[in-house]
Ligand binder design. Structure first.
Ligand SMILES: *[C@@H]1O[C@H](CO)[C@@H](O)[C@H](O)[C@H]1NC(C)=O
Ligand SMILES: *[C@@H]1O[C@H](CO)[C@@H](O)[C@H](O)[C@H]1NC(C)=O
Ligand SMILES: *[C@@H]1O[C@H](CO)[C@@H](O)[C@H](O)[C@H]1NC(C)=O
Ligand SMILES: *[C@@H]1O[C@H](CO)[C@@H](O)[C@H](O)[C@H]1NC(C)=O
Ligand SMILES: *[C@@H]1O[C@H](CO)[C@@H](O)[C@H](O)[C@H]1NC(C)=O
Ligand SMILES: *[C@@H]1O[C@H](CO)[C@@H](O)[C@H](O)[C@H]1NC(C)=O
Ligand SMILES: *[C@@H]1O[C@H](CO)[C@@H](O)[C@H](O)[C@H]1NC(C)=O
Ligand SMILES: *[C@@H]1O[C@H](CO)[C@@H](O)[C@H](O)[C@H]1NC(C)=O
Ligand SMILES: *[C@@H]1O[C@H](CO)[C@@H](O)[C@H](O)[C@H]1NC(C)=O
Ligand SMILES: *[C@@H]1O[C@H](CO)[C@@H](O)[C@H](O)[C@H]1NC(C)=O
Length: 560
């Protein structure tokens, strides 16, 4: 505790007392949310100032709390009001007012005589701007939880009165600028007063003719794709650009100022531990105004792997949005950095100035004035002295803010979330059923098991969710048929019902394989949790396990 301010000591202890009286879980998961909120609104924040107490709790509670139980970890895009990336019409929502303006324009530019019903005839002209307006109005009325951003000109469906329409959208629950894509088939009818109207709307991704054609696709394939979306080859999400930026010329390598963290004791710990540490390093780099050298290779801890072993070589980009990170933070990928450095070494006699920091006790404040090209933090001490996040403890916590806003979930995972909620037309309720290790531990969670039996679920949900609603069950219960009893009352949906969204014909599979040098990527436990909880989060009515289904506390007996 050499680095701690002596007067901060009682505050730290009081805090520990206070916290142990509070609910543990609310704490741990709120830490993340508090951090985000604190950074956005910048209130005086006791949590950020007492990093020693906080991180102690963070690690101590790891065993109890971070069990693989589908707990929600919110990231920047859910919480911040992120400004649109670029001011462009494509980022403006299509509202009633926008539609009316377009309608007026059409009315003014079209001679009255051409508006006759005869002109509209039996064959619907999909590129008639009045068709897309009918669809826009329909969508606004039906999909209330969606912000519509831009429509493509509709194209002909499989019949003369069908049009396939593609658009970009965002769920109102997501605050980022990211856009998702849907294309549906609409049956268009004509009103007595000669306006178009939507008679019938197809399901999620049914309008396959409106899907943007692949750049090089043979005529045979295109014809072959016909009406069957399943046979169609996957479309890449062309909006994702998470390529690793290159450092450019080695001659300029010395112009940069880098902060390089060697691998520490955090490697192969839980994902929340990883994030807590990674954001500490990135926060320090921001504080020092340096480029953070980033290792994109993650070790995923055993509980999230079907193999139940730690697995190395997972790519950061499987889980998080590297494109967004590149845009908001100065980073360089470790391999690029080392190559650049090596090239410099080969072509220059002069050594690059380096400052090595061998202990986390060297504070960021001490490094603030350092002009060396590279600051190299090494973490060779025994655990727990070798955790990255220890750099941000003590006094440093007053200077370094973890940049939670830089961290978004992978758009590829979010495309799966959109796929699942889109197939339910965003009209679903959800229940979070935590079972697994917690349900087996009768000491800490005495009622959880009995409160989440199929019969108990049926009885409890009856009062909360209308019969025959779409019910999405987010759960860590591995037995698929466990929820069968609910099927007598609800249309039950489980994550595994959507396997084809990450199966070997999916867009996700195609893209992640591309990131992984052509080797298939496993859809692992962390991805499952991320998708499951994001779908849960988009439900109209949400029933939680703790405090809705059971009176047990989230983090064990007497913690709430
Ligand atoms: C957490 O679990 C690890 C091993 O599983 C153990 O070594 C450690 O002491 C535990 N920590 C706490 C606070 O219980
Ligand atoms: C369909 O409408 C578009 C736009 O109004 C027009 O340019 C096109 O000629 C029409 N096609 C047919 C076959 O009428
Ligand atoms: C045409 O009729 C429909 C209902 O039949 C109505 O909603 C719509 O406003 C009418 N459009 C015009 C331009 O009068
Ligand atoms: C595809 O069809 C177009 C006309 O529909 C034709 O001009 C083109 O040559 C065809 N391409 C191939 C590769 O067959
Ligand atoms: C992707 O982003 C990088 C910058 O990070 C840029 O240099 C590159 O041109 C982009 N690629 C595409 C296909 O847009
Ligand atoms: C941060 O570094 C960049 C170049 O590395 C420099 O242009 C900028 O002025 C620095 N900002 C501060 C606040 O030191
Ligand atoms: C570059 O040279 C320095 C000093 O000779 C050495 O410490 C460093 O490891 C070298 N860097 C690489 C990437 O080889
Ligand atoms: C995809 O998976 C299915 C079943 O898992 C398998 O039968 C099929 O051969 C796989 N296809 C490819 C191209 O790997
Ligand atoms: C992804 O799909 C494209 C087009 O079908 C194909 O060219 C590419 O090889 C696929 N990539 C992988 C890794 O399967
Ligand atoms: C779940 O519990 C919370 C807090 O007690 C309550 O606000 C919420 O309405 C409950 N949800 C349902 C669906 O009853």
């Amino acid at each position: 505790m050499k680095e701690a301010n002596p007067s901060a000591e009682p505050i730290g202890q009081n805090l520990i007392k206070l916290i142990s009286n509070l609910c543990f879980s609310v704490f741990v998961f709120s830490v993340l949310i508090f951090a985000v909120i604190a950074i956005t609104y910048q209130p005086p924040d006791p949590w950020l100032e007492s990093a020693p107490a906080l991180t102690k709790l963070f690690t101590e509670s790891e065993n109890a709390t971070f069990k693989n139980d589908n707990s929600i970890l919110k990231t920047g895009e859910d919480l911040l009001l992120a400004p649109a990336r670029a001011v462009s019409p494509a980022n403006n929502p299509i509202t009633e007012a926008v539609i009316e303006q377009t309608e007026e324009k059409i009315a003014n530019s079209t001679p009255k005589s051409e508006l006759g019903c005869d002109e509209l005839g039996q064959v619907v002209n999909c590129s008639d701007p009045r068709v897309v307006i009918a669809v826009e109005k329909f969508n606004l009325r039906v999909f209330k939880s969606i912000v519509f951003l831009e429509y493509q000109t509709p194209v002909k469906g499989s019949k003369s009165n069908e049009c396939d329409v593609a658009w970009r959208f965002r769920n109102k629950k997501e605050k980022s600028w990211r856009k998702y894509r849907d294309f549906r088939r609409f049956k268009i009818g004509i009103e007595e007063n000669c306006t178009y109207k939507v008679v019938q709307a197809g399901a999620w991704h049914s309008g396959i003719n409106a899907r943007r054609p692949r750049s090089r696709i043979s005529n045979a394939t295109r014809r072959g794709s016909g009406n069957n979306a399943k046979l169609a080859p996957p479309v890449r999400d062309e909006e994702i650009n998470d390529t690793i930026p290159s450092l450019g010329s080695a001659m300029n390598f010395n112009k940069g100022r880098y902060l390089y963290y060697s691998r520490g004791g955090d490697y192969c710990k839980g994902m929340n531990h990883y994030l807590w540490s990674f954001l500490c390093g990135l926060g320090e780099a921001m504080y020092l105004n340096r480029t953070f050298v980033m290792d994109l290779s993650i070790c995923l801890a055993a509980p999230y792997n079907p193999s139940n072993k730690d697995e190395e070589g997972k790519d950061f980009r499987y889980y998080f949005d590297f494109e967004h990170l590149k845009e908001v933070a100065s980073i360089v990928e470790e391999g690029e950095f080392l190559t650049g450095w090596k090239k410099w070494n080969r072509s220059h006699k002069r050594k690059l100035p380096i400052r090595k920091a061998v202990s986390h006790k060297v504070t960021p404040m001490q490094l603030k004035k350092d002009k060396n090209t590279i600051i190299w933090r090494q973490f060779d001490a025994p655990e727990p002295e070798n955790y990255w996040y220890r750099v941000c403890e003590g006094q440093a916590a007053k200077y370094i803010q973890r940049p939670w806003h830089a961290l978004w979930k992978s758009k590829r995972l979010m495309n799966i979330v959109s796929g699942i909620s889109g197939r339910m037309d965003w009209d679903f309720d959800a229940v979070h059923v935590v079972r697994g290790e917690k349900a087996q531990n009768k000491e800490l969670w005495p009622h959880l098991d009995s409160d989440t039996t199929p019969d108990a679920l049926v009885a409890k949900l009856k009062g909360m969710i209308q019969p025959w609603r779409n019910l999405y069950v987010a759960t860590n219960e591995p037995f698929y048929n466990y929820f069968d009893k609910l099927r007598s009352q609800y249309k039950v949906h489980l994550l595994d019902d959507y396997k084809e969204l990450w199966g070997n014909t999916s867009e996700w599979y195609n893209e992640t394989t591309g990131l992984n040098n052509g080797r298939p990527v496993e859809f692992d436990g962390y991805m499952r949790v991320a998708v499951d909880t994001e779908v849960l989060y988009r439900a109209k009515t949400r029933v939680e396990t703790f405090y809705n289904l059971t009176k047990d506390c989230k983090d064990g007996i007497n913690t709430c």
